[in-house]
Design a protein around this ligand. Structure first.
Ligand code: SF4
Length: 334
């Protein structure tokens, strides 16, 4: 028997009309779906409500609720969305469980029958054959999340030390194989800021991945009640802003790691570029928006709407830019 159910992120479900009488202030530009299983994920990532060892609501991924719907109904809604409401991308998050590849194949095949919207998948490492099959079904982009910035932290938050199934080298190998199959520029990974790494470690990893033409996206750590990391603090907003800016300079502004100065603690203490140029980048505001596949805005995925907003799901308002100028005043010309 085929799949009957699928999870849909709350914002995507409102936009699809699966949930009525709800207004949200920021609509997702990507439709976020997640494989459904009656229990938890077989992995044990310390920050994740879906993890085997978490006591959080099974309906959550990060701070977002993902209600369950009939797959058929979701496909119908996607097929008949009016053009002004169409999503620019569909992304399917895939939990780790024995049948996850088969379920993903079925979901992708059915999505392809219902819509021509580009499809991304966020998956645990899979074999080359499986990656090939997903590519030939029409998946455009693949994300395999490191989450951690170093192998040591990886081990602690999703590997051996937390009884998780993952291993840094296997993730890295799979990312490199995915590059061959999906092409350079079509593979992403996520890094969570605030898991005990230094800013220098994150920027080094971003630089390394960028050279391979893997797209590294950033999240700010968000403690979720019931997860193993529920008592860890959020990163300071100023630290996140510096990392967002450094990432932007490396990936979109052709700057090199030499253009960023770190102190002995691995903290960013200077951007060695023209202060006016830096001010223009802040003014443009793209550096502080959600990163990931094209059209991924994930509204409030790791930030409360009441703020502080770590990743903006849209172009910033003037008052928000002013705040960022204030946060980064040491580095820019005011
Ligand atoms: S593999 Fe994904 S869904 Fe599963 S516990 Fe880790 S982060 Fe959560």
């Amino acid at each position: 028997m085929g799949i009957e159910k699928i999870r849909v992120s709350f914002g995507s479900a409102v936009k699809l009309g699966l949930i009525s009488n709800k207004k949200i202030d920021e609509y997702p530009t990507t439709c976020y779906l997640m494989t459904y299983i009656p229990g938890k994920c077989a992995a044990n990532c310390g920050f994740c409500p879906q993890a085997r060892g978490s006591h959080s609501s099974i309906d959550k991924l990060s701070r977002i609720i993902w209600p369950v719907f009939d797959l058929k109904e979701v496909l119908t809604k996607l097929r008949y969305l009016i053009s002004s409401d169409r999503f620019e991308r569909i992304c399917t998050q895939t939990l780790k469980y024995p049948k996850n590849f088969d379920d993903l194949v079925e979901i992708i095949s059915k999505l392809k029958e219902s819509t021509s919207t580009p499809i991304s998948i966020a998956i645990p490492p899979m074999s080359n054959e499986e990656l090939f099959q997903l590519k030939s079904l029409g998946v455009e982009r693949v994300g395999i999340a490191f989450d951690a910035a170093t192998p040591e932290i990886f081990n602690k938050i999703k590997g051996k030390e937390i009884n998780g199934p993952y291993d840094w080298n296997t993730h890295y190998e799979c990312i490199k194989e995915a590059l061959k199959i999906f092409s350079k520029g079509f593979v992403s990974t996520h890094i969570i800021v605030g898991l005990g790494e230094t800013q220098e470690e994150i920027i080094n990893l971003i630089d390394e991945l960028n050279k391979l033409e893997v797209l590294p996206a950033l999240f700010a750590f968000m403690p979720i009640r019931g997860t193993q990391l529920e008592n860890l603090e959020r990163p300071k907003i100023i630290d996140f802003r510096k990392i967002q800016l450094a990432r932007y300079l490396l990936i979109h502004n052709k700057k090199s790691i030499k253009d960023v100065t770190f102190n002995r603690k691995g903290e960013i203490i200077n951007f060695n570029i023209n202060k006016r140029e830096l001010s223009n980048i802040i003014d443009e505001s793209v550096a502080f928006m959600t990163t990931g596949c094209p059209s991924c805005n994930r509204p409030y995925y790791t930030s409360r709407p009441s703020g502080p907003i770590y990743n903006y799901p849209r172009i910033l308002q003037e008052s928000e830019k002013k705040k960022i100028f204030e946060q980064l005043k040491l580095f820019v010309k005011l």
